[in-house]
Each structure stands twice: as structure tokens, then as C-alpha cells.
Write a protein that binds this ligand. Structure first.
Ligand SMILES: [Zn+2]
Ligand SMILES: [Zn+2]
Length: 425
């Protein structure tokens, strides 16, 4: 029997990825994402699993591409005996997020390394580290039953690790039967700025702003943290991050010695009341702040001193503590929203924006996508030349599928038996 591929979810939406490959009764799952539009209620996560995903039969592996919720967020409602594979940093970051959301640790992880194939039942899986806004993001080649399936995961060609994706483009996997390709940005126009472009814009802003520059970004977007840090070094400022971001950098610096971390020059950790309570009580890690943050830290009140020297992280969880410490914007300050523009509509971000606007501070957006631009997706598809291109992780594939070679449009849950070579031509 030919191997069968099923996109349980993400054929028609961005995220919530869940792809299954079956061969002679063996099963491999690629990602188990939480839909991006799901309610935050974690008690209902089991109801979010795709209806076509059979939980009653074993799988040989659940393979996670990267530590974004839309790729792993339903893991804790899968059978606990299903073996899970990920990169070691992904395991670490998923563990941290689980602690923050008070989720039980349900699975033991096996770790793969980039470019080193691993075997699960009849499946041979080769991970490829790629550029994406998440740390430790992978694409996969899956070989089974004489077929070769390539899964893009989430990738881009414009971040700090663009060379990784470019290498894949220059030496594309050969003889691919099915390419599962993400299409997040389809419908968007033009080239996307690179992280280096952003760095230059931040340097300009840091140099031209007389006061503090507050920046709202995601601590898990480590590329952006590095961009901000490098811009601070060039502009002679200090980047002030929160305790959670310090924790993320501290963990990831075990895997990469090039990352800034507590103790690096021009980096400080602001120790706030809420974060202290979270680490002491919810996370049960009372030593983390005294040991890893305080020696390189400052209080929120200190953010009012030497404003011309500071670039300050601002997230909603820090807002109250800043106000309590008497930290308010002035006309000399600036605020940068450095996330996807859709998130700016959220009431918390609207509140922050009006906080700065009312004070007469400069308000701006500096951001680039974590995903490949349409032209890059097309170049990648052309380089791989798959026998079948199966669209995933996109909301606008139907209007753009015609650009791409050999598209096999599947619905969520529709099984596709991958024919042998010579039977499709
Ligand atoms: Zn995604
Ligand atoms: Zn992602």
C-alpha cells in the first residue's frame, strides 16, 4: 500500500498545523498546533484536536518543528505514551511556557539535531535548521515506503539566520514527492525588510531620540532581541529586558554562545514586582532572580535615570509595575511596536499606545515578518520541484496556488495516497 498523507489541520488557515503520514499501519505526526484563533481556555484543549486525528492507534513519533503554540500547543492532550521528538532548545522553551501556564508535563522528549537523520519505525526523518522568528525552527525530510516528503515548517529568508534557509534553497532536497509548503504571507506585496534593515532603523531612532525608547516585542522572538541589542551597542545605549526575557536568553545561551545574556555589556534586567511573584510562587524558582537577574539588574524606578541611555522593554505584564514605580512617558521618549501589526488592535496595546500619544511621545512601528515573502516561497518551490505541492499554513492559498508548480490542494482531514513514481505522469 502506498504511504498516505493527511493534513488534519492548516490546509486553509495559518497555524494549528497537524500533518500525518501513514505507512503500513505506522504513523508519523508532524506538529500538533493550537489554532491561532482558539479561546485561551486550556481546559477545553482536548476539544480542539482535529476530528480526523485517530487517538486510538499508536504513533511512531510526534515531530515538533519549533516552539510556537500554533505548532505544539495541543501536545498536552495527546496520549502521553506517544513519543515526541524536537530540538533540545524547543523542549526547553516548551517546558518554560508550560510552567508559566501551569500545564502538566505530559510527554518525555527525544532530541534530534539538525542534519542528523533519526529513525522512528519505518520513517527516517532529517531535520534542517531554518530561519524563522522562533529559535530552533526546523523543516523536515521524511522518507518512508520509497517516498520523500519535505515539510517546510515555518521559514523565512530575511532573519538573522537567513543563510540557513538560503543553503536549503541552494542545495534543495532532491526527488521530492510531496512538498508541504507554508504560505503565511501570500497576498502581501513587495520584499520584506531584513532584521539587518530593522537594526539600522533602530540605530537611527535610538540616536535621534532625546529620551528613552520603549519597545514592545515578544521575548521568544530572539532574532528581534538580538537586533535590538546590536542596535543598542551601535547607538551607545543599554537594552533593559524583563526577567522572563532574561530567562529565555539564559536558557538559549547554553545552545548558542553568540546570544546576549544577563552579564553581557549594555544589557540590564528590570526586576519588577509581578515577575518576582511569578518566579517565586508559580514557577517555584525563588533563586532565579537573586542569582541571574539582580547582579545585572535594576529596579523599575531606575528607568527614570539616564533616559538618553536606555532602550526599555515594555509588555502589558510590566505596565502596572512601571506606573507604580513612577515611570511615565515624556515628550522626549519614543515607543516602538515591534510585532505583527494585527496585534496592535488588541485593547492592551491600544492602551499602551494612547499612554504614549497622550504624553506627546513619538509612536512608531518597526517590524518584519517571521515568514518568507511570497517571492521567496515561489523560489523555494521552484528549486525543490516537487511532484506534488501541498499547501499548508496559509489563509490565501486558493488565490495564489496557480503561481506554484504541481499544486495538490487538499482539504483538512482529506487523505492523499502518494502514488509511486511513473504512475503520476
Ligand atoms: Zn506557524
Ligand atoms: Zn512559527
Amino acid at each position: 500500500m502506498n504511504p498516505t498523507l493527511t493534513v488534519h489541520r492548516s490546509a486553509h488557515e495559518i497555524g494549528g498545523n497537524c500533518v500525518e503520514i501513514d505507512c503500513d499501519g505506522h504513523r508519523l505526526l508532524l506538529d500538533i498546533g493550537r489554532p491561532l484563533n482558539a479561546e485561551p481556555d486550556r481546559d477545553r484543549d482536548a476539544t480542539l484536536l482535529p476530528a480526523t486525528l485517530d487517538l486510538s492507534r499508536p504513533v511512531d513519533a510526534v515531530v515538533l518543528s519549533h516552539p510556537h503554540q500554533d505548532h505544539y500547543g495541543l501536545l498536552q492532550v495527546l496520549p502521553p505514551e506517544w513519543p515526541v521528538w524536537s530540538g533540545a532548545p524547543t523542549d526547553d522553551l516548551i517546558g518554560l511556557m508550560g510552567d508559566i501556564f501551569s500545564l502538566p508535563r505530559t510527554h518525555r522528549f527525544h532530541h534530534f539535531r539538525s542534519s542528523r537523520p533519526f529513525v522512528a519505525g519505518p520513517f527516517t526523518v532529517t531535520p534542517f535548521l531554518v530561519d524563522h522568528s522562533a529559535f530552533d525552527a526546523h523543516a523536515f525530510l521524511v522518507e518512508v515506503g520509497g517516498r520523500r516528503v519535505f515539510y517546510s515548517g515555518d521559514l523565512r529568508f530575511s532573519g538573522r539566520k537567513a543563510a540557513l534557509s538560503q543553503r536549503l534553497l541552494d542545495n534543495p532536497p532532491r526527488d521530492i514527492d510531496v512538498l508541504l509548503l507554508e504560505g503565511t504571507t501570500l497576498g502581501r506585496k513587495g520584499a520584506f525588510p531584513t532584521e539587518s534593515d530593522l537594526e539600522a532603523r533602530f540605530v537611527d531612532l535610538f540616536k535621534s531620540t532625546p529620551g528613552r525608547v520603549f519597545v514592545t516585542w515578544s521575548a521568544q522572538n530572539v532574532d528581534r532581541t538580538v537586533t535590538l541589542y546590536r542596535a543598542c551597542l551601535k547607538a551607545g545605549r543599554t537594552l533593559v529586558i524583563d526577567v522572563y526575557s532574561a530567562d529565555v536568553l539564559d536558557r538559549l545561551s547554553r545552545f548558542s554562545n553568540r546570544l546576549p545574556r544577563p552579564g553581557s555589556d549594555n544589557l540590564q534586567v528590570v526586576v519588577t514586582r509581578k515577575m518576582t511573584a511569578m518566579y517565586r510562587h508559580r514557577l517555584g524558582r525563588p533563586d532565579f532572580i537573586p542569582e541571574r537577574c539582580v547582579p545585572y539588574g535594576c529596579s523599575a524606578r531606575r528607568l527614570n535615570a539616564t533616559p538618553e541611555k536606555l532602550v526599555v522593554m515594555l509588555r502589558w505584564g510590566l505596565f502596572e509595575d512601571y506606573e507604580r514605580a513612577g515611570v511615565f512617558p515624556t515628550p522626549d521618549d519614543a515607543w516602538v511596536f515591534s510585532m505583527w501589526s494585527g496585534y496592535l488592535e488588541h485593547p492592551t496595546h491600544q492602551h499602551i499606545r494612547s499612554w504614549f500619544e497622550t504624553a506627546g511621545a513619538t509612536v512608531t512601528t518597526i517590524h518584519t515578518s517571521g515568514h518568507a515573502a511570497p517571492a521567496d516561497l515561489f523560489r523555494f518551490a521552484e528549486a525543490v520541484k516537487p511532484r506534488f505541492l501541498v499547501p499548508i499554513h496559509g489563509a490565501d492559498w486558493d488565490r495564489h496556488a496557480g503561481w506554484f508548480p504541481n499544486v495538490m490542494r487538499l482539504a483538512d482531514g482529506e487523505a492523499f495516497e502518494i502514488p509511486g513514481r511513473g504512475t503520476s505522469e
